[in-house]
Design a protein around this ligand. Structure first.
Ligand SMILES: Cc1cc2nc3c(=O)[nH]c(=O)nc-3n(C[C@H](O)[C@H](O)[C@H](O)COP(=O)(O)OP(=O)(O)OC[C@H]3O[C@@H](n4cnc5c(N)ncnc54)[C@H](O)[C@@H]3O)c2cc1C
Length: 356
């Protein structure tokens, strides 16, 4: 079976590797410059004499593993040196107080960049980057009495890729809906599943005096603050904090300039850590579709078996990297049920496994 996958984020990569392992021919398309999607990082020149580069995570900050299958996958990546645990005791900012949090989750990061396990999982599969898919079309085969047809993908550079037996879309929901256009499946994708977030990275002349490394914001403009240079594989660089504005503030500032957004983030962060900051540079990234809107019920993986069309993403199962990986395995198992087992979503990791 020849399968096109649109999106090289965690969902697309997870589906691609499961299908390729089962013997399918998989071709991946992404509008970005490489794999990662919302697990992408900005590359910075290191300060030390190595002349190397370090990664500033602007999207996903870390991931957790609660499902035994995902945990098994993460431990395998860990053995391969593609991910490491990021160990720190988080803080929480609420009602004007910065206090230790009781959150004891085990957190992992890709090393040296968040997308590292994705790049490795795709290996030598056929991949097209800087390749924005603009149109999808399905034509029914007239040569066969069986129900079969093929998908053709058109891209912004004017190219067209034909001859796919199946198509998997893993873009954020709004983008999936646009691409599906008149397909009935488009109507099954709920609106506003993913909320926006501005990410701001501040480079500081002096380290923040408070010992906090990761802060969950429960009030004020910021939902998250991370001392990026404490993550494995990201030291050797001046103090950098990555700050995420919460969904409400990000919506209010959706069309604001990066300078205005950076000023809001700096002011809020300065209040949290209780010190004036000497910011030497600021970098902003606007994520139109960032994190899951927890007020909505996840729609699950969507499919049109007659056309072998599948639509999935982290949003299918409620957001987060782990759910993206599980959604990828689910679409793969729906396409090739004989070869690929579907995960039991009610399973959670046994405590003894978490201790390893
Ligand atoms: C600011 C932020 C913070 C986050 N923090 C965390 C965290 O700490 N922990 C956690 O678990 N999760 C976090 N997440 C969520 C996590 O990043 C996602 O759950 C996960 O990466 C989603 O993977 P995905 O493959 O479903 O989607 P995506 O990563 O969005 O992948 C979709 C891909 O589709 C591509 N695409 C879209 N349209 C087209 C097109 N027309 N043509 C070709 N390609 C297209 C995109 O370029 C993208 O690469 C965070 C996300 C953001 C943005």
């Amino acid at each position: 079976m020849r399968i096109a996958i649109i999106g090289a984020g965690m969902t697309g990569v997870s589906a691609a590797s499961a299908l390729a392992e089962a013997g399918a021919e998989v071709i991946v398309f992404d509008k970005g410059r490489g794999p990662g999607g919302r697990m992408s990082s900005k590359r910075l020149q290191a300060d030390d004499a190595t002349g190397g580069y370090l990664q500033l995570d602007m999207g996903a900050q870390y991931f957790t593993a609660r499902h035994p299958w995902f945990l098994r996958q993460v431990l395998q990546w860990q053995q391969q040196g593609l991910v490491q645990r990021w160990e720190f005791a988080p803080h929480v900012w609420q009602h004007g107080l910065l206090l230790p949090s009781d959150d004891a989750a085990i957190r992992y990061v890709g090393t040296p960049a968040m997308h590292q396990p994705l790049r490795a999982a795709l290996g030598s599969l056929q991949q097209y980057y800087s390749c924005r898919v603009t149109e999808l079309s399905y034509s029914q085969s007239s040569f066969s009495s069986q129900q079969s047809g093929e998908w053709t993908i058109s891209t912004a550079d004017g190219a067209s890729h034909a001859g796919f037996d199946a198509l998997i879309l893993t873009c954020p929901p709004e983008q999936c809906r646009q691409l599906l256009a008149s397909q009935p499946l488009a109507e099954q994708i709920p609106a506003n599943l993913l909320l926006p977030s501005w990410a701001v990275a501040l480079e500081l002349a002096e380290p923040v005096k408070h010992q906090a490394v990761g802060i969950f914001g429960k009030s004020g403009a910021l939902s998250w603050c991370a001392r990026n240079n404490t993550k494995p594989g990201r030291s050797g660089i001046a103090e950098h904090w990555v700050l995420h504005l919460n969904a409400q503030t990000s919506l209010q500032l959706l069309e604001a300039t990066p300078e205005a957004v950076a000023a809001v983030a700096e002011q809020a962060f300065s209040r949290i850590v209780g010190q004036q900051l000497q910011v030497t540079s600021a970098l902003c990234h606007r994520w139109l579709y960032a994190s899951y809107n927890t007020e909505l019920t996840p729609p699950g993986v969507l499919s049109d078996p007659a056309q072998r069309l599948m639509v999935a993403g982290d949003w299918s199962l409620g957001g987060r990297v782990e759910n993206a990986w599980l959604a990828g395995v689910m679409v793969a198992s729906q396409l090739l049920p004989e070869q690929i087992k579907a995960p039991d979503l009610s399973a959670t990791s046994a405590d003894f496994m978490l201790d390893r």
